[in-house]
Write a protein of this length. Structure first.
Length: 204
């Protein structure tokens, strides 16, 4: 008879999340965070999502389909390469930018009334801090700047990422009173059951 082993491990989820696909396109997200994203989008109803870090575009496609379900909104997804699937390129709600977050013109976000930003690029501390400092400006009050993969600390990889996203978030929050961590999402599935530990930053 099949006997189930006890609780799943962080290492198991980490390994599995690298294999997740959406509509057949790799989408590197923790399963808990998939669910949180659709709830956040339903709550905020953004008309622009800026995603920093497209990779193959599975997450971009997922976000764009959620916007399609709500009947409005577009995704601007930024990377440094053009490696994503045709399905992503053809989606009417997706615009792709390949020159890195450093070269995205923030004026492109100025005509939208509800802007949500997701930072999911290299995860190196200096780049993460630079990206969140820049893009925090266009997040609209009540919406979120979601900084992914603080879980790097818990996986023991902090040094490899020069401090990683958590160091960047802490430094950023020390420099502003415009954002606060929304613990509602951090602890939704139990304490810190998300890969975006301390990463749900709400603009006040
Ligand atoms: C973790 S992956 C993104 C995963 C994707 N959002 C998903 O959930 O499937 C990180 C991506 O960030 C990109 N990247 C690295 N430096 C960047 C930069 N300066 N600007 C934008 N994207 C960058 C990498 O090329 C890579 O495709």
């Amino acid at each position: 008879m099949f006997k189930s082993k006890k609780a799943f491990s962080l290492e198991g989820i980490d390994k599995g999340h690298h294999k997740v696909t959406y509509k057949g396109v790799p989408c590197i997200k923790c399963p808990f965070d998939y669910v949180l994203y659709q709830m956040i989008i339903d709550e905020i109803k953004p008309d622009l999502i800026i995603e920093i870090g497209t990779n193959k575009g599975g997450s971009t496609l997922y976000l764009a389909d959620l916007l399609e379900l709500q009947g409005k909104g577009v995704v601007h997804s930024i990377d440094i390469s053009d490696g994503c699937s045709q399905l992503v390129k053809d989606h009417p709600r997706i615009s792709l930018f390949h020159q890195g977050w450093e070269n995205y013109d923030l004026a492109m976000a100025s005509n939208y009334s509800k802007v949500l930003v997701i930072e999911d690029a290299s995860h190196y501390y200096p780049s993460t801090l630079g990206a969140i400092q820049k893009f925090s400006q266009v997040v609209t009050p009540g919406s979120y700047l979601i900084v992914e993969d603080g879980i790097i600390d818990d996986l023991g990889l902090k040094k490899e990422y020069q401090g990683g996203p958590v160091k960047a978030i802490e430094e950023f929050l020390n420099s502003t009173s415009e954002f606060e961590i929304d613990m509602k999402w951090v602890n939704f599935f139990g304490p810190s059951a998300t890969f975006n530990t301390i990463g749900y930053l709400k603009k006040i």
